[in-house]
Design a protein around this ligand. Structure first.
Ligand SMILES: Cc1ncc(COP(=O)(O)O)c(C=O)c1O
Length: 441
């Protein structure tokens, strides 16, 4: 059960704050995050994997709000970044540089130089060319760059194809045959120090044996590396721990740990992990207000003020997000997202309406929920889209010249605006009506 977002007295709370209060003060659409959910999830990983000295490097891409990153840094987390911008964000939020890892298939020399200058823990290297480039940049600085090789174990993570990253046909990581050649290259190059190996096979993985298979696939290679006089310290198992968008979908973290810990322990390495969704996904909602209830043809469209530019996941992954009214008389206290969630079609009451919950954007793919049974709603009501803490705001855009929503962090019985709602002026910043300078062809 996700206690951080729960119903009490027939209305939705985030921790001890009724979310209606946030809508009244800050307006809608608005992202609301439970700080304590983020911390709790990171602690759950640390506890489950404690035998392999885990370093939890929260994956910044999932939700990169500075206020949340700061809370995570204060709670001892490290960070997983995939761009200079994400390294900057993590450091700006107070991250210890020695707990920042940097992955990505297309790192550029200036990004590597910046990260080196900041003293990050290591680069997760994804190709032979990248080895050469990092060594060159490190050489100019007269330092050794700490690296891990990101291996592609060719494992099917059994998730949406857009977020599968560890199959041979994916662009990520280095296949095991090429990885052998990389070892020779690392020895030849003067400015690299191999500290670890890395795998990340995909996101929203709900079968623990997927991670186990990935570790098994790379184990013979790891043994070989250890014999080849590389002082390996870390096995970075990536992120990917799945969460419950619907009852029964996610897996308790202990289930992953149960089969992964003995394998990591046998390798004699410390575990590094890069969870994003597991930490942030169920730690946020997108709160919307109903603009119109529009019956049309055989359908009922509930048109809300949030849209696909704010939360893209339903439109691009056909992702399911529980969407439910913020107020519903008679809901049991404690009702929440989770395995025994009462927020099902059956709870829509005696007179349910089958809605398509849609936004104002000019695309038919602009929706949060299709064909959902909900209690009848009316204009002005608030509707929460749950599980919006991961890949929500961080994938948002200004499409249709819509200002992105405010982001609010709740901590206990207080809340604060961690990012202002974008204004009209914010949206045209950097654009010009006339040339500042023209260039001859
Ligand atoms: C290298 C790497 N690590 C970690 C993550 C985080 O994944 P998740 O949010 O599923 O934990 C990603 C997501 O794309 C990734 O690419």
């Amino acid at each position: 059960m996700n206690e951080e977002f729960h119903y009490k007295g027939g209305e939705l709370y985030c921790e001890n704050v009724p979310v209606t209060r946030v809508a009244e003060r800050i307006g809608t659409p608005v992202y609301i995050y439970s700080q304590n959910h983020f911390i709790k999830q990171a602690n759950a990983i640390r506890e489950a994997f404690k035998e392999v000295e885990p370093l939890v490097c929260y994956s910044v891409k999932a939700n990169s709000n500075l206020g949340l990153l700061r809370a995570m840094a204060l709670a001892g987390a490290g960070f997983d970044a995939v761009s200079k911008g994400e390294v900057y964000r993590a450091l700006r939020a107070g991250a210890e540089p020695g707990k920042v890892v940097f992955a990505g298939v297309g790192k550029q020399a200036d990004e590597v130089d910046y990260a080196l200058s900041q003293g990050i823990l290591m680069f997760n290297v994804e190709s032979e060319s990248e080895l050469d480039m990092i060594s060159k940049v490190a050489g100019k600085r007269k330092v050794e760059a700490p690296i891990a090789l990101r291996l592609n174990p060719d494992v099917d993570p059994k998730t949406h194809k857009y977020i599968a990253t560890g199959k041979r046909e994916n662009k990520f990581g280095i296949d095991l045959e090429r990885a052998e050649k990389c070892l020779t290259r690392i020895k030849e190059l003067k400015n690299l120090r191999l500290r670890g190996l890395h795998i990340h096979i995909g996101s929203q993985i709900t079968q623990a044996d997927r991670h186990a298979e990935a570790i098994d696939k790379v184990t013979p290679f790891i043994e070989k590396v250890k014999k080849g006089d590389f002082p390996l310290e870390f096995l970075n198992v990536g992120g990917g721990f799945g969460i419950s968008y619907q009852p029964g979908e996610g897996l308790a973290i202990g289930e992953f740990a149960k089969i992964m810990v003995p394998k990591i322990k046998a390798l004699g390495l410390k575990m590094l992990s890069e969870p994003g969704r597991f930490i942030s996904g169920n730690g946020g909602i997108l709160l919307n207000r109903v603009i119109f209830d529009k019956p049309s043809g055989d359908k009922n469209f509930l048109i809300v003020d949030g849209a696909m530019n704010d939360l893209l996941r339903p439109s691009i992954y056909q992702a399911y997000h529980l969407s439910w009214p913020v107020k519903q008389a008679g809901l049991p206290d404690g009702a929440a997202l989770g395995d025994k969630s009462p927020l099902t079609d059956a709870a829509a009451g005696k007179d349910p309406v089958t809605y398509d919950v849609v936004g104002p954007i000019c695309e038919s793919g602009d929706y949060f929920a299709l064909g959902r049974k909900l209690p009848r709603m009316k204009e002005g009501d608030l509707l929460a889209v749950f599980s919006a803490g991961a890949y929500g705001f961080s994938m948002s855009s200004n499409y249709n010249t819509r200002g992105r929503p405010a982001e609010v962090i709740v901590n206990g019985n207080e809340f604060w605006v961690a990012r202002d709602r974008e204004t009209l002026e914010d949206q045209v910043r950097g654009e010009r009506l006339t040339p500042r300078e023209t260039f001859k062809a």
